[in-house]
Design a protein around this ligand. Structure first.
Ligand SMILES: *[C@@H]1O[C@H](CO)[C@@H](O)[C@H](O)[C@H]1NC(C)=O
Ligand SMILES: *[C@@H]1O[C@H](CO)[C@@H](O)[C@H](O)[C@H]1NC(C)=O
Length: 399
């Protein structure tokens, strides 16, 4: 063998090693998934590299690559798409073209991306909004919000809340032909976090007369207290959203100071004064037996109060909706929670289902045994379109 052949062989093996990701047996299209993880991995490495060199913040590089897949607001045969602002927050509005005598249903959508990435313009979010408008004959508002690392909590929350409140004004609903009795809120991942958080805030807001009919949370992030849940243990290294990345997203939501991330990684960020909050996220009592997956509960170790004093946001109910009291949860609208087996956030969603049911809220829990975090944003995969279909059917029946 010549030198060139050997070199090619080595490159080939390294390449295969780089692309290869162990995929659970019940995944239908392993190669397609590996292709997606390879792209994400590459962007992740580039972002890390740029950060090490001091060129750019990790999230900013990541966001740059993600934004290459943004699409303009183009109307099609069925749906008129436009961009506007709701209380200074940029939103995309999707209105079905077909004439309608009756008022339409309205859906307020919040995109995911760890409070740091993504946009209503991202091609899969744009596609989802079109399909939602089309299939439900509904007006869809897909909101943007300011992102980390430049902006931290509560900016993301406040942008979404202000935009939602604007949409819920009588004159705005009238302008878009939306039935005030049939308005839902939905979001995935960090968007599911924001959807749950603003739904809770709305309950006590004296300015808002209109109530939401549904909330749909797709693999939502709901708590920052315990980073050692069975789902975090089981999926710590799952390529699409490893624990390290989720913890980075969480900590960047509150600060660019890496000490919070470090404390969260070792699960030592909650001060002893806040230990009463652990009952809200105690998986030992809140997870049904089948979801404990044979894990044993470890009481969390406490951290110093210094971090909490600097960044109190991480124990704020507006960032961690699972910290709401039962009497607050009780007033929430009909809820849909979707969780995936291969997801560090799986148990956040399941614990919320338990808590909502105890509080008397009507909840549909849909769990995908062969699903993984972010799957709905990959409609090229069968599992992605299955999840989307399931979610849209639920909305169609309940909104
Ligand atoms: C428009 O709606 C029809 C009927 O629902 C569908 O078959 C078609 O694919 C849609 N076209 C676009 C561009 O979304
Ligand atoms: C969590 O619940 C278990 C019982 O289900 C209990 O033994 C444990 O003390 C609780 N932990 C905390 C921190 O509340």
């Amino acid at each position: 063998m010549g030198r060139k052949t050997i070199l090619l062989l080595i490159l080939g093996i390294l390449g295969a090693y780089y692309v290869y990701t162990p995929v659970p047996d019940n995944f239908e299209e392993p190669w397609k998934l590996m292709w997606v993880t390879t792209q994400l991995k590459t962007v992740g490495y580039l972002a890390l590299f740029a950060e090490l060199l001091g060129i750019n913040h990790f999230m900013s590089t990541y966001r740059f690559f993600a934004s290459l897949q943004d699409v303009p607001p183009t109307s099609d045969k069925n749906v008129t798409v436009m961009e506007t602002t709701f209380d200074n927050v940029p939103v995309r509005v999707y209105i079905p073209n077909q004439k309608s005598e009756a008022l339409r249903r309205g859906l307020f959508y919040i995109h995911g991306g760890g409070w740091a990435l993504g946009s209503a313009a991202f091609y899969t979010y744009d596609l989802l909004s079109r399909r939602t408008a089309n299939r439900l004959d509904a007006v869809v508002i897909s909101t943007n919000y300011r992102l980390a690392p430049k902006y931290h909590f509560p900016n993301q929350f406040e942008d979404v809340y202000n935009s939602l409140k604007w949409f819920l004004r009588q004159d705005v609903l009238k302008k878009y032909g939306v039935d005030p009795k049939r308005i839902g809120i939905s979001g995935d991942s960090a968007g599911g976090n924001l959807a749950a958080a603003v739904s809770q805030q709305l309950i006590d807001d004296p300015d808002v007369k209109i109530k939401l009919k549904t909330q749909s949370l797709i693999y939502p992030a709901l708590q920052t207290l315990d980073m050692d849940l069975p789902s975090y243990r089981d999926n710590a290294l799952f390529q699409i959203l490893p624990k390290s990345l989720m913890v980075r997203f969480w900590s960047e939501y509150f600060t660019t100071d890496r000490s919070l991330e470090k404390a969260m990684l070792s699960n030592q960020h909650v001060p002893v004064e806040s230990s009463h909050l652990f009952k809200f996220v105690n998986w030992s009592s809140l997870l049904p037996e089948i979801f404990k997956k044979g894990h044993f509960y470890r009481s969390p170790t406490h951290g110093t109060s210094e971090l909490f004093k600097k960044y109190p946001g991480f124990l704020d109910v507006r960032a961690a909706p699972l910290l709401a009291e039962d009497n607050k949860l009780h007033s929430l609208p009909v809820t849909y929670v979707m969780t995936c087996e291969y997801d560090v956030l799986r148990d956040d969603g399941i614990m919320f289902v338990t808590r909502l049911r105890k509080a008397g809220v009507r909840v549909t829990h849909c769990h995908f045994e062969n699903g993984f975090h972010g799957a709905m944003s990959i409609p090229e995969l069968k599992i992605g379109s299955e999840i989307e279909n399931q979610y849209l059917s639920w909305l169609n029946e309940n909104l």
